[in-house]
Design a protein around this ligand. Structure first.
Ligand SMILES: Nc1ncnc2c1ncn2[C@@H]1O[C@H](COP(=O)(O)OP(=O)(O)O)[C@@H](O)[C@H]1O
Ligand SMILES: [Mg+2]
Length: 231
């Protein structure tokens, strides 16, 4: 489903070149749960952004569902980001001036007229599923970190994406809350048959995944091992 072929990413900062990824090749099957681990600055977020179509590689190809993202027109790419991908950030990225319910509805802005009628219901049901039914009209600053991340998960799920990308989703949470978030993502992965990719530098979290991919200095450390379907 996701094919990363000999991908390098070079950032230019002033006269300096930073090679964030260097010749990375990787293939992820539909329905897999993969953890990407590695020290800070090793290129994990860069890799996730390339898969999300938020950025393009300097060399190599990122092919998702047989689409080479670099060759995909912007209009199709926006739809891909909105419909195929659900992105979860370490810092939640909720809009502070919107209610919880409105935050979850943000990705629905491109929906058709007919779809709009069911938005309220869909967002409410999703939040109820995530035990936030009594917080719909609260603002992000009125809920806890774990609740904020659950809102962000609801927002990521609202368009029924095929792929969830989570960039250190527990990085701003205490370990108990973090574990609950990982358990929730595991549950969602299983129920909705999603492809789940979690970036983390917590080895414990990585253990929850079917496969662990290690990155160091922009290169893969562990070679692709066969997938273990344990859950
Ligand atoms: N937009 C950017 N401009 C310049 N350098 C960047 C940018 N994003 C990341 N980098 C650099 O690329 C390298 C990899 O960064 P990143 O992918 O964020 O690593 P990680 O997520 O593993 O901490 C780092 O050296 C970082 O400073
Ligand atoms: Mg990062």
């Amino acid at each position: 489903m996701i094919e990363i072929k000999d991908v390098s990413k070079i950032y230019h900062v002033g006269n300096e070149e930073i090679e964030a990824l260097s010749g990375v090749s990787l293939s992820i099957k539909e329905g897999e749960f993969v953890a990407i681990v590695g020290p800070s600055g090793s290129g994990k977020s860069t890799l996730l952004h390339l898969i999300a179509g938020l950025d393009k590689p300097s060399y190599g190809e990122v092919v998702v569902q047989k689409k080479n993202l670099a060759l995909t027109p912007d209009s199709v790419l926006s739809k891909y980001r909105n419909r195929t991908i659900g992105f979860i950030f370490q810092e939640f990225h909720l809009l502070q001036h919107l209610s919880i319910l409105e935050n979850v509805k943000v990705p629905l802005m491109f929906a058709s007229h007919e779809e709009k009628a069911s938005h309220q219901k869909k967002a409410t049901e999703l939040l109820e599923d995530l035990h936030l039914g009594d917080r719909l009209n609260h603002r992000p600053n009125e809920i806890s970190g774990g609740q904020k991340q659950r809102v962000a998960i609801a927002r990521a799920l609202i368009n029924a994406p095929k792929i969830i990308l989570a960039d250190e989703p527990t990085g701003n949470l205490d370990s108990v809350t973090g574990k609950a978030i990982i358990d929730l993502l595991k549950k969602v992965h299983k129920q909705k048959k999603l492809t789940l990719i979690i970036v983390t530098h917590d080895k414990e979290i990585a253990k929850a995944a079917q496969r662990v991919i290690e990155i160091k200095d922009g290169k893969l450390v562990t070679k692709n091992r066969p997938t273990r379907f344990t859950n």
